[in-house]
Design a binder for this molecule. Sequence first.
Ligand code: IPT
Length: 975
Amino acid sequence: MQTPSEDAPLPYYEAPSPGEGALPARAWYADSDAARLSLNGSWSFRLAPTAAGTGEEFTREEAELSGWGEVTVPGHWVLQGHGAPAYTNVNYPFPLDPPRVPDENPTGDYRRVFDLPADWPAEGECLLRFEGVESCARVWLNGVELGNFQGSRLAHEFAVGGVLRREGNVLAVRVHQWSAGSYLEDQDMWWLPGIFREVSLWHRPPGAPADFFVHAGYDHVAGLGRLRVECDVPGRVLVPELGIELATGQEAAVPVEPWSAECPRLYEGELVTEGERLRLRIGFRSVGVEDGVFKANGRRVLFRGVNRHEFHPATGRAVDLETMRRDIVLMKQHNINAVRTSHYPPHPAFLDLCDELGLWVIDECDLETHGFTEVEWRRNPVDDARWTPALLDRAARMVERDKNHPSVVVWSLGNECGAGAGLSAMAQWIRERDPSRAVHYENDRDYPDSDFYSRMYAPHEEVELIGRREEEPLPDPRLDAHRRTLPFLLVEYAHAMGNGPGGLADYQRLFETYERCQGGFVWEWIDHGLPKRTPEGRDYYAYGGDFGEELHDGNFVCDGLLFPDRTPSPGLIEYKKVIEPVRLSGDPATGTLTVTNNHDFATTAHLAYAWAHHTDGALQATGTFDVPPLGPGESTTLTLKELTAPDTPGEHVWTLRALLAADTPWAAEGHEIAWTQLVATAEAGPAPTPAPAAPSRAAGVVRLGPAVFDAGTGALTTLGGLRLSQAPRLDVWRAPTDNDLGASWQQDTRFGVLWRELGLHRMHHRVDEVSVDESGLTVRARVAPAATDLALRTRYRWSATDGELRLHVTVTPEGDWRVPLPRLGLRLALPGAYGLASWYGGGPGEAYPDTAAASRLGRWELPVDRMQTPYVRPQENGARADVRWAELRDARGGGLRIAADSAPFWFTARRWTTEQLDAAEHTWELTPGEEVWVNIDHAQHGIGSQSCGPGPLPQYRLAAAPAEFSVVFTGLAGA
Ligand code: IPT
């Protein structure tokens, strides 16, 4: 038996080469007077299971298309009823044998017939342009083969003037899901083949530029912008607003306002050549690393960033312009100033919007070979010279396409490829072609090719060491010395999977303390959940494994700050607060307020300020106040006469807010940028303590004030007129979050797994004593999981005065507890009619110990149904922090009030049990039951980021330790 020779020629789709026939890459631009024709729309389509099965007959004009269907271009065939999507993170879904791909290679044939518009010019060349095809395409026009290409998220063009006709053009494209290029595209996302970005025809008039390069630097010392436009044909550059009229190739230096993400000043210009007049949008800025710090226009930049994949739940990576704009508007509204285009160049129009609205961009090449880590990086394409031309082609297609965007300040070589000479070749090419930007690469710990010391998911401790410049040295002193010169970036951190990420504020403190720590990019922007419907007609978002994949990584694809439908998750609200670019702080005792401008470039002239004073949650007064405009980095302290605590008893809260003073392109006047709350409590004089009610016994019950207990078990059954569905008792379980469960490779202790192993989800409650004395009722219990000798000794002490029922709980752990508790508090249930919640405490959204920055003190009201956070994979959610009191009422206003008696509590209410929440894998599996389940927690374990990063910091762990707390229950009479 003979094995085919290694040297046998491979079909084009298995060749580790960039392809054949496409033109060199060039800059993309939106507007010009040259004609363009969109070929988007409905195309004829058929799908074959292999690359070779169907012949090439379809490329001929007269081909019979019987049995063909239709698909929309741009789009993915697997989201249009042909085949299915598949999700893997690190693993390749096919055997590793680069550059060979499996025989099962879904192949889509596309065909579209088109005429040229009547006014299409006769002179000149025409280019057929593909903005993105996954993963390999072969192209024919009017039966003539134009070539083939790989590089899914990169543009490819063919010169077609010679074969194009006025009418009846037949464009045929064969697209293979798998190609050699797939080995370079192992990004953590759905595998979504197809022509997923525009196809268009560009007229190139005689004398039009093939390409042009806008160099627009800013000299921050002189305040001058320097403009020079390189172009392959002679032309003039016009910027009327600056009085610039300049020949291409020449430089002008004029006073300008610089471009930054905070002040995205663009100047309208034109490049005028003999054959074409095209629009330039020029932003003057200079970036680079100086003295170990990444600077723009001479100032340190702090990245408040996110990693953005292109995603829309209906159309996958085919994202329309409105959605792109919506993403950026949402980012700007949430104080985000930077985006890493993980892990491929985005649709080019996205970068236009970043220029216009203002975001720093790390533009990342379409490159990841992560799955080779499964074989100790053997045959990694980035370390195999046969692949270098393909790598260089990818680098060039990114840089050439995107080089004219002021927003792009860093080129990233790719994601998670290990180390290799191919990466160095890319970096070298990029540096030569565009020395004006920094280069980034994270995955080679020696950083030979990177201008940043870049890490993913590094714990706070490590970030702090790096910030202090005290990091562990590299073995090679030369490489170590190099790394010590680099600014530090968390190119991914704070894994936003499910509930979380926790610990954001603690990271931000480090970024704001250490000059070297230049911020980070949260992983990631949006959950990639795909809509599905159950046979019963219930809609939900699906994730890995829901499409019958052979290999998959479950809901690891749902780890964004937005839910799939783009509603912000609590993580985004938290991030907005943590990264606010203006800090307010103050002291009601002295009536002083300090405002600090943490913008890197902007003054605070665009802000207005408002205050509000509440007492015990009730509004007392509101107003505005002035703060003199502050330059970046400046701070001022002023006295605010309204900020003085009145003598009236109660909890006085001042909410101070910085708001947009005028409309911007991304938010309206009044949009909140930053806020703080200051609290002063004035104690009421000692009130007469009413005498405690005495309990009484009668037929199997104990009566105490407004309450009735079961005399045998000590369980509270009735309060006022309200019959409880489940008496309050100790509760420690929560449906583990993705961050509780952690990832399989995690070094940190994965408590979500240990909790279940220990049996904390099935605690036994044994009542040891029910005793009644003259002032109340005492119940002693031992709460413990089976098969261990660990326990929580619990004492419930009930007493009553007037209409109030007080419960004091004392918890004493027994045994050697080595894990923290998920939560510590009480669980009870009420009949489902009591579905309207109101509370005075943190809100409006959920919060946990290390995700509570955005929780604000106030009176809130929500139906229980709306207190739920619909994580794509159901898990613990919805707790409200710092609650002073909470009420659950029915439609007539009757119900239950629970007030904090010692410290505030965490309040959670839902229409299913924790056990049901824990069992559900998808949102459709949760159906409201007959009860409202309420958790009143003395404490909660932190959230952390362990689904990919570190667990909660030690101060957010809930140790099993002696604890006591008390609450007061009151029955509420309805109308
Ligand atoms: C890291 C990847 O770069 C990113 O694409 C994504 O997979 C993220 O983590 C997790 O969602 S890789 C990780 C194994 C450290």
